[in-house]
Design a protein. Structure first.
Length: 137
């Protein structure tokens, strides 16, 4: 058997979860704790790297959606106010659906493309492009 055939067979025999990493993408969930009048999102930098988006962009979105001032402290995000982990997770999911996941194929392999004043999410998997709001205010 040729090497290519062996490789092909090996790939087919792999467990399903390794076949297509894009489909197995899971939106990260918030790991947070409340201390006093503040909420610490401990896995913020991990969320940023999973979503592959700018940390400031995500910070602005969460701060606005949760109506809580926020700032980055090393690898975590600190909100002023008491916010439950479930609420933060919902907003992370909303962010991923609006700014990360391709609306055509559902894959997370996307990048931002700026055209004049408009912002698009460009899918590296299927090539689709859709516009998103350029500013989070
Ligand atoms: Zn796509």
């Amino acid at each position: 058997m040729k090497y290519e055939e062996l490789l092909d067979r090996a790939l087919k025999q792999m467990p399903e979860k390794q076949e297509n990493s894009g489909e197995r993408f899971e939106i990260p969930r918030a790991q947070s704790r409340i201390e006093g009048n503040k909420t610490f999102l401990e896995n913020f930098s991990q969320i940023v790297s999973t979503l592959r988006r700018d940390s400031v962009h995500l910070l602005k979105f969460l701060s606005r959606e949760l109506a809580a001032p926020a700032q980055v402290d090393e690898r975590r995000l600190i909100f002023v106010g008491k916010i439950g982990a479930e609420r933060i997770s919902q907003k992370i999911e909303a962010y991923a659906r609006e700014f990360v996941i391709c609306r055509e194929c559902g894959k997370p392999d996307t990048e931002f493309v700026k055209k004049q004043r408009f912002l698009f999410v460009h899918c590296l998997a299927c090539g689709a492009e859709h516009s998103v709001r350029a500013k989070i205010v």
